[in-house]
Design a binder for this molecule. Sequence first.
Ligand code: ADP
Length: 301
Amino acid sequence: MKIAILSRNAKLYSTQRLREAGEKRGHEMKVIDYLRTYMDIASHRPKVIYQGKPLEGYHAVIPRIGAPHTFYGAAVVRQFEVMGVFPANESTAITRSRDKLRSLQLLAREGVGLPVSGFAHSTKDIQGLINLVGGAPLVVKLLEGTQGIGVILAETDKAAQAVIEAFRGLDANILVQEYIKEAQGSDIRCFVVGGKVVAAMKRQGPPGEFRSNLHRGGTAEKVRPTPEERSTAIRSAKTMGLNVAGVDILRSNHGPVVMEVNSSPGLEGIEKATGVDVAGKIVEFLEKNAENGNTKDKGKG
Ligand code: ADP
């Protein structure tokens, strides 16, 4: 097969591994910086043009769209869909998963376990919002944050009030969540490919840190998810419409709760912690599904 990897940087671990895994399995792999493409959208033969030439003959694309470039990146994926090229993740699913609130609403509708959460912009009833999640300690999150930035633990109602008021002054959308203390600064990242958990790791924040993000100095080790965690991860990916997803789960005393579903999960942490060839699993998924032009919405979304 001829497979395009949509990535801004060919040197990134995930990009390199996907390329390697594809080549090892006999595919022709090309890394495309999606921001440098342009699209012919109105003609009978829609095209994506890159380095002066139309991209032709592709069977599949693997989107690795960075959060700041979701709008343009998803449009490029959609253009490939219109051209009949099979995407590892569809454009609509990528856009959907990038909206944290929308994701939580969809997951809640499907009955997936979530931390008790409230969402607000500039309510004056701050105490009401705090009470909604059972009072302090609680977690306040800036909706636009990634990699743990803008995630704050407020240990008392007073601290929570001060933080929420400060965010109100900044004109920000905020998520207020019950604090899952029993997770003890760790979470479980389940890597889902094609409706199966192919690898899972437990991430632990450094001492004194409740955030387990690897970018914030956390460490990771291989973990065997419980059957309930597995089914939670699979249902979450399915609800979001993602074939490839990183589902972040906290172990709460009311069962697994989902924090986030990531549509371009990094490969480095998970492959190094588990020894699983996750890149190979993604390529294998494309081999099984791409040939028959299996895309669900063919760019209709
Ligand atoms: P980001 O998307 O910026 O990584 P997250 O919502 O994933 O933000 O939060 C970052 C980290 O903070 C998580 O990996 C988790 O360890 C911790 N965390 C987030 N929400 C909670 C919560 N409600 N209870 C306990 N820990 C949390």
